[in-house]
Design a protein around this ligand. Structure first.
Ligand SMILES: [Zn+2]
Length: 277
C-alpha cells in the first residue's frame, strides 16, 4: 500500500558567520589551503501547509560564546522571521549533536526530536571521557536530549527511515557517531540537506576531509552517499558553505534566509564538478 507523498518548501536560515584559519577545516594542510576560510552557520526548515519540520537548532549564545563563535542573530529569531513558532513545531530533526546543531531544545516543548540511535549512544557514552572527542559537544545540549527522552519525546532511528511523508533521514556517521542527512521531496524534485556530511563544496570536490572525524571511511563514503539519494547535484546542500547564501534565492521576508527548494540561481560547484567528471 502506498501513501501519497507530500512536497515541501525548504529554507536555510543563516545565523552566524566567521573566518578562521583554513587548517581548522581541512585535514590535509597546508596545500592547497592557506590563509583564512569563511564558515557560515545554518539551520533549516522544511514546510508545507500541513507540517513544519525544523532541521537542527543552531548554537545558543552561551555555547557559542564559550567557543568564540560570532552569532549574527539568534536562531530562534531567525525562525520567527519566516513565521515559525517553536511552540507549534511538532518535529525537530537533529542531524548530529554537535554544539552548533543541537542548542535550544527546551524551546520546543511540543516537538518530537528525531536523532540516530548511534549519535545519542556516542555523545552519552565512553567517548565523552576524552577531551578531543567531547569538545564539539555541549553538555547542556546533551542533557536536554536526555531530558526529552525521559518524557518520551525522542524518536530514535537506526539507519534510513521516512519520518514524514516525503521526508527521510539517512545515516552517514563519519563526522560524528551517528550523523544523518535529510532528503525532502519538493515540487522541483528531491533535495538533500547534507549538513556536516559535507561542510563545504570543496570538502567533496577536493576530497579533503573536515578535521573533526570519528570514522574516516564513513566520512568519505558520505561524500558519495549524499549524491545517491536521488537529488540533482544542485539540490544537495552543504552544511556550512557561505556560498549557499549566494547561490540560492533569498526568502522574501528575510535576506539571511534562502529558499533552497526553488533551486540555485547560478551553477553550484557540485553541478560543475559532476559535469566535469
Ligand atoms: Zn556543524
Amino acid at each position: 500500500m502506498s501513501r501519497a507523498t507530500e512536497t515541501y518548501e525548504v529554507f536555510a536560515l543563516e545565523y552566524g558567520r566567521m573566518e578562521r584559519a583554513s587548517r581548522d577545516f581541512y585535514l590535509f594542510f597546508p596545500d592547497p589551503h592557506e590563509g583564512p576560510r569563511p564558515i557560515a552557520y545554518y539551520l533549516w526548515v522544511i514546510r508545507n501547509a500541513k507540517r513544519t519540520i525544523v532541521v537542527d537548532l543552531g548554537f545558543d549564545k552561551r555555547s557559542g560564546d564559550a567557543r568564540g563563535r560570532v552569532m549574527l542573530r539568534e536562531p530562534m529569531a531567525a525562525l520567527g522571521t519566516i513565521g515559525v513558532e517553536p511552540d507549534a513545531v511538532e518535529t525537530v530533526i537533529i542531524t548530529h549533536m554537535h554544539y552548533d546543531h543541537a542548542g535550544h531544545g527546551p524551546e520546543f516543548p511540543n516537538a518530537e526530536f528525531i536523532v540516530q540511535e548511534r549519535e545519542v549512544a556516542y555523545c552519552t557514552g565512553k567517548p565523552m571521557r576524552y577531551p578531543p572527542l567531547r569538545r564539539s559537544f555541549d553538555i547542556e545540549h546533551v542533557t536536554d536530549m536526555i531530558r526529552a527522552n525521559f518524557r518520551g519525546a525522542v524518536r530514535f532511528v537506526d539507519g534510513d527511515q521516512e519520518v514524514a511523508p516525503g521526508v527521510s533521514v539517512h545515516l552517514i556517521g563519519g563526522h560524528s557517531g551517528g550523523l544523518q542527512v535529510v532528503r525532502v521531496e519538493t515540487d522541483k524534485g528531491p533535495l538533500v540537506i547534507a549538513s556536516d556530511a559535507a561542510h563545504f563544496y570543496d570538502t567533496v570536490t577536493e576530497g579533503n576531509p573536515f578535521t573533526i572525524i570519528v570514522n574516516l571511511p564513513e566520512m568519505c563514503a558520505g561524500w558519495e552517499r549524499i549524491f545517491e539519494l536521488g537529488a540533482e547535484p544542485g539540490r544537495v546542500i552543504p552544511g556550512h558553505d557561505p556560498l549557499v547564501s549566494e547561490l540560492y534565492p533569498k526568502h522574501p521576508d528575510d535576506a539571511m534566509s534562502l529558499v533552497l527548494s526553488d533551486g540555485p540561481v547560478a551553477e553550484t560547484p557540485w553541478e560543475a564538478w559532476k559535469k566535469g567528471r
